[in-house]
Unconditional design. Structure first.
Length: 132
């Protein structure tokens, strides 16, 4: 509804205004989660605004609009997700979450630059770990 839209818009404005100083792990996870939610909702334009300039050159808002439906066409429905975790790759901190698509589990990766804009947004096949 309208209220949710307002709320989402407000939280987006807040996200943009959060400075690097205030950024902790939690903020990064919150942003990563928001990016994933925008993807699922097909809100490419909002998601596009969260990317840094290099990432924006590499992808269009239109592509982001349809990315999730393309993934579900390829890999089936998403039947759940793991927990957000962090790893460091080439001095870049990366947030990731494993998504259980019906045919292939995928790992959604995000990373942010010092200004808090996303410079990485990608899906890779999730490494298969033996279930405990």
């Amino acid at each position: 509804g309208l209220f949710m839209k307002k709320l989402i818009y407000l939280s987006l404005c807040l996200l943009v205004s959060i400075t690097t100083f205030a950024q902790t792990q939690k903020n990064e996870y919150a942003k990563s989660r928001k990016m994933l939610q925008l993807l699922m909702d097909g809100k490419g334009k909002e998601l596009y605004m969260m990317l840094d300039t290099n990432a924006q050159k590499a992808v269009s808002a239109e592509q982001l609009n349809t990315l999730w439906s393309e993934l579900t066409q390829l890999y089936g429905t998403c039947n759940g997700e793991g927990n957000w975790e962090t790893t460091t790759l080439m001095e870049q901190e990366i947030q990731y979450i494993d998504l259980k698509f019906s045919s292939t589990p995928l790992r959604f990766l995000t990373a942010f630059d010092k200004d808090g804009r996303a410079n990485t947004l990608r899906f890779i096949p999730a490494p298969v770990t033996p279930t405990k």
